[in-house]
Ligand binder design. Structure first.
Ligand SMILES: Cc1cc2nc3c(=O)[nH]c(=O)nc-3n(C[C@H](O)[C@H](O)[C@H](O)COP(=O)(O)OP(=O)(O)OC[C@H]3O[C@@H](n4cnc5c(N)ncnc54)[C@H](O)[C@@H]3O)c2cc1C
Length: 289
């Protein structure tokens, strides 16, 4: 089903994100977790794609298996930072043939160790170029794009950033999925700034339950500078071990999701890290299934 149609149904869309595992054991565990998550009847699931095209075949395999084995609507992520138009055409043509009709169009991050890096010839500079290309070449696809409630680290000018997001939507995106956040006020403020700028498409909130202290440090580094509210940091600091951190993270996410549901958001996207535990707990505690 097209994401555009799912979001038009007027119900809160609930989606789960997975990444292609690196080992055979990881694949086995992921499909056990997908089996646990399937009864929650998500509106869709999404599969990440390595920025440099590193997971091209694994992303394709995971998209194909979920599509065939579960019948759940799958949204492949597609980054363009190291891709040519030929690469994107080949990948999306294969998806089109097997009945995939959605894509999350992203730029990805350029290699950090190469400050002079430029896109390949016949490549893309920003996600907007990918959106325009897909809209023209694959007009039936429903296209999602990324949004950053706390701001994207490369763009200090928050006014210009929303202008660029508006341009990305005007180029043909049907919806926005946000980077994870831990303070819902950041999300509501972002939505309001989008609406003020004339962005009217649905905005899906990205939620990632915290699991370990180490994970929190990694998130701070990688996830476009996730801001951890003091109240959350205080609880984590008082925890004696990671099991306690996981409970704190799940409780925090439950409160976030409860509040988002009360605000009747368009959708909630769970960054599952390939694990069913926290997401199942959130769904069962909030009666979402
Ligand atoms: C929901 C979600 C899923 C993600 N999935 C993946 C994934 O699967 N694989 C992966 O590698 N990464 C993924 N990312 C991370 C993402 O690729 C990076 O954060 C990347 O740096 C930004 O991608 P973008 O699509 O927002 O890029 P863009 O929209 O191109 O924006 C990148 C930067 O350029 C600025 N900008 C935009 N247009 C212009 C312009 N015309 N001129 C100057 N500056 C401009 C923007 O303000 C921003 O600072 C995901 C992020 C999110 C939120």
């Amino acid at each position: 089903m097209l994401m555009k149609e799912i979001l038009d149904q007027g119900r809160i869309s609930l989606s789960f994100e997975f990444f292609p595992p690196k080992t055979p054991t990881g694949w086995e565990r992921l499909f056990e977790n997908i089996a646990d998550l399937s009864p929650l009847a998500p509106s869709s699931v999404s599969v990440t794609y390595g920025a440099g095209g590193t997971t091209r075949s694994q992303t394709h395999e995971l998209v194909l298996r979920i599509h065939k084995e579960t019948g759940i609507t799958v949204v492949p992520h597609q980054t363009c930072v190291a891709a040519t138009r030929g690469d994107v055409t080949a990948i999306l043509s294969e998806y089109e043939q097997i009945g995939i009709e959605n894509v999350l169009a992203l730029r990805g991050d350029p290699p950090q160790d190469d400050p002079d890096w430029t896109p390949p010839q016949d490549g893309f500079h920003h996600a907007i170029d990918l959106v325009k290309f897909i809209r023209e070449r694959f007009p039936r696809f429903s296209i999602g794009v990324a949004g950053f409630p706390e701001g994207h680290p490369e763009m200090p000018n928050r006014l210009l950033e929303i202008d660029y997001l508006k341009q990305k939507v005007d180029a043909g995106a049907d919806y926005i999925v946000t980077q994870l956040f831990f303070d819902n006020r950041d999300f509501y403020d972002f939505c309001e700034r989008c609406r003020l700028a004339g962005i009217t498409v649905p905005i899906i909130a990205g939620i990632m339950p915290l699991r370990t202290r180490q994970g929190m440090l990694r998130m701070a580094e990688l996830a476009a500078g996730a801001r951890f509210p003091a109240a959350l940091l205080k609880r984590v600091a008082e925890a004696e071990h990671d099991e306690e951190v996981e409970c704190i993270g799940t409780e925090w996410a439950i409160e976030q999701v409860k509040d988002l549901v009360a605000h009747q958001v368009s959708g909630i996207h769970f960054y599952t890290l390939n694990s069913a535990t926290a997401t199942c707990e959130i769904f069962s505690r909030l009666g979402l299934c």
